[in-house]
Design a protein around this ligand. Structure first.
Ligand code: FA5
Length: 358
């Protein structure tokens, strides 16, 4: 029976050395397959006499059971090892960010523009647009600033070469011509904002040749200065993300509004940082007023029936104030370090419910 014992030793060693399931299967077939070494031994039992069979039967059957058991055990060992190797290879570090940080960012002016649009949409205003290259007539004359009016001097205008028909084009010096465009094509009630690019020959820490304004226009039958104040107040609360604001109205002059009012908002600059809503300082917001009846008339709206208000604020100035940028010029210099510092995450879209600036 030494051949049974040596076969057992050889087979158990081969099973232990099988490095993967394919090698193990080879050992199984060589031992327990149709022509395998153990199957051949089992076949010899039939030709034995009863005495030999009684003696060798349990030995050979025992060998078969032992080898089958060893194969099954090795098989699950190999399966576990394969699984562990796969888990190791496919390991995911869940502490890593899901995707790389986006590399671009939203410019503070675009951010402020989105914030303002969200605020005014909530107040029921539509967004109106006009071109950057504007007619002199819309930028000035229909706003009650005729060709020889001194107010033209204050606008430091970029003029384009005169047209063949002698009409004059210019880069709009304010967003107020969008008032004209809106009134010429839309009948009251009118409730629009017109944010956009504007141009003046001007450059210092708080003035740039290209800048942005936010225009608002409301025309209806009963609209009055109280409504104007309320809208400015609600806008400031939402924009500066504070619960109370205190406004100061200063008399002013614009040819296209009568009376005209400049608005300041209470703030505190004592600590070197601007805190909105409290304190002893005032922050300038911009100009406004009741639309001059003469402008309504020139834009085809009956001033005996309709009246309304308009305001025009500096949008870049508002971005400077809200986000603490001390100088306006870098806004338009495309310095990547400035943009990284003052930019906003691309997917944080400002909404009133979700938060404007987060
Ligand atoms: C106007 O332009 C009027 N159209 C505003 C208005 C509209 C009044 C409707 C009444 C009714 P003003 O020239 O003051 O007004 O300019 C408005 C704002 O634009 C200023 O308060 C300032 O914040 C901003 N601004 C003016 N010039 C520049 C500039 N060069 N760079 C940056 N911001 C400027």
């Amino acid at each position: 029976m030494s051949d049974v014992h040596s076969l057992e030793r050889d087979l158990l060693a081969a099973i232990a050395n099988a490095g993967d399931e394919a090698a193990l299967e080879e050992v199984r077939v060589s031992a327990l397959g149709k022509k395998g070494s153990i199957s051949e031994l089992l076949k010899t039992l039939g030709g034995m006499n009863a005495e030999d069979r009684k003696q060798k039967g349990p030995l050979i059957n025992g060998l078969r059971d032992k080898v089958s058991g060893a194969i099954a055990a090795r098989k699950s060992e190999l399966a576990l090892a394969a699984l562990n190797a796969r888990l190791q290879a496919e390991r995911v570090d869940v502490t890593l960010p899901a995707r790389p940080e986006p590399r671009g960012s939203i410019h503070p002016v675009s951010q402020v523009l989105d914030e303002i649009t969200a605020i005014f949409a909530d107040l029921g205003f539509a967004v109106a647009e006009g071109p950057d290259v504007e007619f002199d007539d819309y930028n000035f004359t229909k706003l009650n600033i005729p060709p020889d009016h001194p107010a033209r001097q204050m606008h430091d205008t970029f003029y384009l070469a005169p047209q063949a028909d002698d009409s004059q084009h210019l880069l709009r010096t304010h967003t107020s011509p969008v008032q004209v465009r809106t009134m010429l094509k839309q009948k009251p009630p009118i409730r629009v904002i017109a944010p956009g690019r504007t141009y003046r020959v001007d450059s210092d820490a708080t003035h740039t040749p290209m800048f942005h304004q936010l225009e608002a226009l409301v025309i209806d039958e009963q609209t009055n200065l109280g409504h104007l104040k309320w809208v400015v107040e609600e806008f400031c609360k939402a924009f500066f993300e504070i619960d109370t604001v205190e406004l100061r109205a200063r008399p002013s002059f614009f040819p296209f509004t009568e009376p005209s009012v400049e608005w300041d908002m209470r703030c505190d600059r004592s600590g070197g940082q601007t805190i909105f809503g409290t304190g002893h300082d005032w922050l300038e917001l911009g100009g406004s007023g009741m639309v001059n009846p003469h402008v309504l008339e020139m834009c085809g709206i009956d001033p005996s029936r309709y009246q309304g208000f308009a305001f025009g604020f500096g949008l870049d100035r508002m971005a400077m104030l809200k986000y603490g940028a001390p100088d306006l010029r870098p806004f338009f210099e495309s310095d990547i370090r400035w943009l990284r510092h003052f930019g906003f995450a691309a997917l944080d879209i400002p909404t009133l419910d979700g938060g404007l600036s987060r």
